[in-house]
Design a protein. Structure first.
Length: 201
């Protein structure tokens, strides 16, 4: 696995090592990444490109990846209505859908540092690459750190990234459960204190 640049339940695909290729992971679409994307497509090598629309426009992506009109329109449509659409587009060459990934809440008070918030992710899967798009200026390539081993199949790479996204939802649920337990414990202590005060009185 090569990381280039900085800034649900599914059956697990076969993890059989393929032809020994290395899946490259890129974040952003600045000049160096744009050139690398072109080189990878020219060589026919599979890659994962993660992009924040806070840094790159959808039009730039469409141009860099030479997306056909229907796939480009599907990506745009998935971003409408606040990302609430759960439909998907499939044309035999591209699969486009929206999912969620949970990230740390940077603006949460110190007492709520464990809170996580959902980020809508537009996903495009093709035989050439996996594309993830989001409004937030966060690098999913670092946040998710999926288990991608060199030489695995393209299907396994896609599975690993989506599985890592699902894992963030479980992490968010776990943190919520811990917070609820803390609140319940505090409420129990307060009730016990009231009972003792009533007994004394």
């Amino acid at each position: 696995m090569v990381i280039f640049g900085e800034g649900c339940p599914l059956p697990r695909p076969s993890s059989t090592v393929g032809s020994g290729c290395v899946t490259e992971i890129l974040y952003g679409l600045r000049d160096s990444q744009r050139e690398r994307v072109a080189a990878l497509r020219e060589a026919g090598e599979f890659f994962w490109l993660d992009v924040s629309l806070a840094e790159t426009s959808l039009d730039d992506l469409v141009e860099a990846l030479d997306l056909p009109e229907r796939a480009a329109q599907a990506l745009a449509t998935q971003g409408e209505a606040g990302g609430r659409s759960r439909g998907f587009h499939a044309d035999g060459h591209h699969l486009v859908f929206t999912t969620s990934c949970y990230v740390e809440s940077s603006d949460a008070p110190a007492a709520e540092a464990q809170r996580m918030r959902p980020v809508e992710i537009r996903v495009l899967v093709s035989g050439e690459y996996l594309l993830t798009i989001h409004e937030e200026p966060v690098a999913l390539t670092k946040l998710l750190a999926p288990d991608i081993v060199d030489g695995r199949s393209e299907q396994y790479v896609v599975y690993s990234v989506l599985d890592a996204m699902v894992g963030t939802a479980f992490a968010a649920l776990n943190r919520l459960e811990l917070r609820l337990e803390d609140h319940m414990a505090g409420a129990t202590v307060m009730r016990a204190g009231r009972v003792r005060m009533a007994t004394v009185q």
